[in-house]
Design a protein around this ligand. Structure first.
Ligand SMILES: *Cc1c(COP(=O)(O)O)cnc(C)c1O
Length: 405
């Protein structure tokens, strides 16, 4: 520790972020065009171009650029017609934004656990949830499946179950742009797909999202809802509740050049992952999020689990140790069924030894800095801090293991 400190110069102390924005340098060209033409509005030529680009890239017929990924999920639920009291099945292991829009419509989320091969929605638990729903004569209105950290869920199995019950699927691909499932783009397989361009995502418009679907009429309807639900009339006529959800023409200009290099970004993220994996390959009790057969992971964030029964240390210990060296890391997402907001909501578990898969992951895993603009030296710094923390076992591991049980 002391030796490292002594050789540390200013450069070595620069903060390393988890997933900072990474501009191409060409954003200004599109932003300037918006200013020159005075298209300073939601809608405009950059928005149209960005929508067309997403359609081509993901191979879907319709796309609607909106103000956030959360807004896109909300629009999908609205199009499906979720009403107060309706059930919506949703992955539990995800960020809160996957489920918040269910509450906007006063629906009831029912959570589905992860399975170990993809860390995403367990088809087994989903199947159980449907069987129970049939018994209770209350099928869900929709299923929201999340492709967490950039890896697809097992879509063939999930779509087969949902198609059997005739329930539409919303793919939350906010983190997985560029990720593939059997050569299909994540987000392009369900009734609706959702992308996010928030500041931390693989490409960023500072804030923004996209709703995609092969149902062009549905996208037109979403466009209507997203622009205050204006009916056809010279004056302002409204027969339904609408939203102000469109993307700004200035921000869309940031998305265009980044989407042009998305495949390079994915390659870079995958390289960072490979380096991390290589660096820890001989360390007992350390493993990484797997890449299941048929998947192409975009490795938005490299995520690792560290066995606390071996090391006596928990995610918070590693996150704090990295923070002391000015490195940003995070625990894995806290499953939604454990959130106070959802304390009375059901989970269909894919449990192993009575602990749900998502809960076990949360108790043992962290996200590592994975910015596509991270340098080799920076990644080495992250690795060496982590390794230092894996040299010494905690003095009283068992006490804390008991407390987590
Ligand atoms: C970021 C994210 C969202 C929300 O996207 P915003 O653009 O931030 O609204 C939804 N789901 C997941 C899994 C996310 O990571």
């Amino acid at each position: 520790m002391t030796i490292t400190r002594e050789v540390m110069n200013i450069e070595n102390h620069k903060r390393i972020y988890l997933s900072p924005p990474h501009m191409t340098g060409k954003e200004q060209v599109y932003i300037s065009k918006a200013f020159e033409s005075n298209w300073i509005a939601p809608l405009g030529p950059n928005v149209d171009a960005f929508e067309n680009q997403i359609k081509t890239y993901t191979n879907v017929k319709g796309a609607l650029a909106v103000s956030s990924g959360t807004a896109a999920i909300h629009l999908a639920l609205r199009l499906i017609g979720v009403e107060p009291g309706d059930h919506v099945f949703c992955s539990s292991f995800t960020f809160i934004a996957s489920a918040n829009p269910i509450l906007y419509e006063r629906g009831t989320p029912v959570f589905i656990d992860s399975e170990p091969e993809t860390w995403n929605m367990s088809p087994t638990a989903l199947h159980q949830a449907f069987e129970e729903a049939v018994k209770e004569k209350k099928l869900p209105k929709a299923v929201i499946v999340v492709h967490l950290y950039g890896q697809s869920a097992k879509m063939d199995d999930i779509l087969a179950i949902c198609n059997y019950y005739n329930v539409p699927v919303i793919e939350d691909a906010a983190e997985s742009l560029g990720g593939l499932y059997k050569n299909k783009k994540t987000g392009s397989m369900g009734k609706y797909g959702v992308y996010s361009f928030n500041g931390n995502k693989i490409i960023s418009t500072s804030g923004g999202g996209m709703l995609v679907s092969n149902d062009q009429d549905a996208i037109d309807q979403a466009r209507y809802y997203a622009t205050q639900a204006k009916d056809k009339a010279l004056h302002y006529e409204h027969s339904q509740v609408g939203y102000n959800y469109r993307m700004s023409n200035i921000l869309a200009g940031m998305g265009i050049p980044q989407l042009q290099v998305i495949d390079e970004r994915v390659e870079k993220k995958r390289k960072l992952f490979t380096k991390y994996k290589e660096a820890f390959k001989n360390i007992e009790g350390v493993s990484f999020m797997p890449e299941a057969e048929g998947m192409y992971h975009n490795r938005w964030l490299t995520t690792m689990t560290i066995d606390p029964t071996l090391w006596g240390k928990y995610p918070e210990d590693f996150v704090k140790a990295l923070e002391r060296e000015n490195i940003e890391a995070r625990p894995l997402w806290k499953p939604l069924h454990l959130q106070p907001l959802f304390k009375n909501h059901r989970l269909y578990s894919h449990s192993i030894n009575d602990v749900s898969v998502s809960e076990k992951l949360f108790r043992t895993g962290i996200c590592l800095p994975s910015g596509t603009n991270m340098t080799e030296a920076e990644q080495k710094r992250v690795i060496s801090v982590l390794k230092e923390n894996l040299q010494e076992k905690s003095k009283s591991p068992m006490v804390r293991i008991e407390s987590f049980r």
